[in-house]
Design a protein around this ligand. Structure first.
Ligand SMILES: *[C@@H]1O[C@H](CO)[C@@H](O)[C@H](O)[C@H]1NC(C)=O
Ligand SMILES: *[C@@H]1O[C@H](CO)[C@@H](O)[C@H](O)[C@H]1NC(C)=O
Ligand SMILES: *[C@@H]1O[C@H](CO)[C@@H](O)[C@H](O)[C@H]1NC(C)=O
Ligand SMILES: *[C@@H]1O[C@H](CO)[C@@H](O)[C@H](O)[C@H]1NC(C)=O
Length: 432
């Protein structure tokens, strides 16, 4: 008995010691002073034990020592360590649920060494994490986080549903240990949610796109497809051409929407930026890769990125299965050769614009297709009749309906109420 209870501690002790001797080789984000630092840096256990701000984090690591087994032994790692206050703020998490804690900790570990002080201020960097469990993500190489150092020298990590965690300033920034760096954050990172939740709860300018996906039958299955990049037009783009899209059959609408999905690739804005400047700048979509009309051309002019003639408005919205980039117009596979007008203030839609379109965008105009969104709150009592009706529409509507009636909905609501933000507690949604 005594022997058994001691063994996890023995494992932990040897793991912490192993990290102490792990070689710390040269990394992209540090600048050649590793050798010197390695001799000065302390072992992980020593650093964590000596930091009062990190006592909750340290105790979680001690309770889940197997997490340390997964740490890469060369190339360095970055541990994103939430402060005690960060854990306090998120007490909706059940920290005794070890499967949840393991996934949460994995999402806070980068398999590379990130020294924030050496990041260039301005750009957003997409870094992979160790989170690969399909209960939480379908990003094969590990779910991502976004990191940016601002010009005022603060640094922010963005995770699921636009959650922002500030990296505490020195002495809590770039804390070296023998295996890499620890970065202390003021808010827990939230593993990105599926498209349905992301568009409905955090990026509401995407509700027309989501509704159209449901109408066409592509949602919700699209949300479980591994490694996708979505070019999602904002609501105003659908509003201005609603009279062209409304009459389309389900199949024709699906064709238009598939042209917005790049399969088998999670392309960050910096990936797009480098692709845009090389010769191979056409991207295969869900329509295929055989002919020009199934591919989208990505190009760049100054800091602006375009897909055919549509402009990238907001990049790198993280999803459970990839990333979304928000664009200003709906793409049209029949107009695949359209190029941006670089003189224009805004790009012209490539569908017939609805009559009086200038008065048909904005928040006062209903966003097209949103009636196709499945019911999630205040749903009518399910009756036999209602069920029959739902079955008659699309399988997608049923899929999400049944999920929203699970106990998770209540937990999310509780989390949102407690935190007053866009649902820290939504981590649980990944498991739905
Ligand atoms: C966390 O919460 C506990 C009790 O709610 C409190 O005693 C403690 O001071 C808090 N710690 C921090 C770092 O906010
Ligand atoms: C992190 O980067 C900064 C700026 O490049 C550098 O001055 C510092 O020494 C680096 N820290 C470590 C521990 O390597
Ligand atoms: C990942 O995909 C599988 C189906 O392949 C699905 O069951 C699971 O819910 C997905 N995970 C998430 C977080 O969406
Ligand atoms: C594109 O690449 C070329 C050569 O690599 C470089 O000279 C040029 O500045 C790049 N253009 C942009 C817009 O980044």
């Amino acid at each position: 008995m005594h022997e058994r209870s001691r063994s996890p501690w023995r494992l932990l002790a040897s793991l912490l010691a192993m990290l102490a001797t792990a070689p710390f080789s040269s990394m992209a984000w540090s600048n050649g002073r590793e050798a010197k630092r390695a001799t000065e840096a302390k072992a992980l256990g020593e650093v964590l034990a000596g930091n009062e701000e990190l006592s909750t984090y340290y105790s979680l690591i001690k309770q889940n020592p197997d997490i340390l087994l997964q740490l890469p032994h060369s190339g360095g790692v970055t541990l994103i360590a939430p402060s005690n206050e960060a854990f306090n703020k998120s007490h909706v998490f059940d920290l005794t649920d070890s499967a949840l804690v393991t996934s949460l900790l994995q999402y806070h570990i980068l398999p590379l060494s990130v020294n924030v002080s050496s990041l260039e201020p301005g750009p957003t960097y997409l870094f992979p994490t160790l989170l690969t469990s399909s209960a939480y993500t379908n990003v094969t190489k590990g779910q991502n986080i976004l990191t940016s150092r601002q010009h005022d020298d603060t640094a922010v990590i963005t995770s699921g549903l636009g959650t922002r965690s500030t990296i505490l300033e020195p002495p809590f920034q770039d804390i070296p240990f023998t295996g890499g760096f620890i970065q202390v954050v003021d808010t827990l990172l939230v593993p990105p949610s599926r498209l349905e939740t992301t568009a409905r709860d955090a990026y509401k300018d995407l509700t027309s796109f989501l509704g159209a996906l449901f109408k066409s039958g592509l949602a919700p299955d699209l949300s479980s497809q591994r490694d996708i990049t979505i070019l999602a037009p904002r609501n105003a783009a659908f509003q201005s051409i609603s009279s062209a899209l409304d009459p389309l059959s389900k199949e024709d609408l699906a064709t238009v929407l598939k042209y917005h999905i790049i399969p088998d690739k999670v392309l960050s804005s910096s990936d797009l930026s480098s692709l845009a400047n090389s010769t191979g700048s056409s991207l295969a979509t869900l329509l295929g890769s055989d002919d020009k009309a199934s591919k989208v051309t990505v190009s760049k002019a100054g800091n602006n990125i375009f897909f055919n003639s549509a402009q990238l408005l907001q990049s790198d919205v993280l999803l459970a299965n990839g990333v979304i980039h928000i664009i200003d117009n709906v793409l049209n596979p029949d107009e695949f050769a359209e190029t941006p007008d670089l003189e224009a203030k805004s790009q012209t839609p490539v569908f017939q614009v609805s009559k009086g379109a200038e008065t048909r965008t904005g928040t006062r105009v209903p966003a097209p297709f949103t009636t196709w969104l499945p019911c999630t709150t205040d749903c009518p009592e399910p009756t036999v009749e209602a069920n029959t009706q739902r079955t008659a529409t699309t399988t997608g509507r049923n899929g999400v309906n049944s999920q929203s009636s699970s106990g998770m909905g209540a937990q999310v609501t509780a989390a949102a109420a407690i935190l007053g933000a866009v649902g820290m507690g939504v981590i649980g949604l990944g498991a739905m």
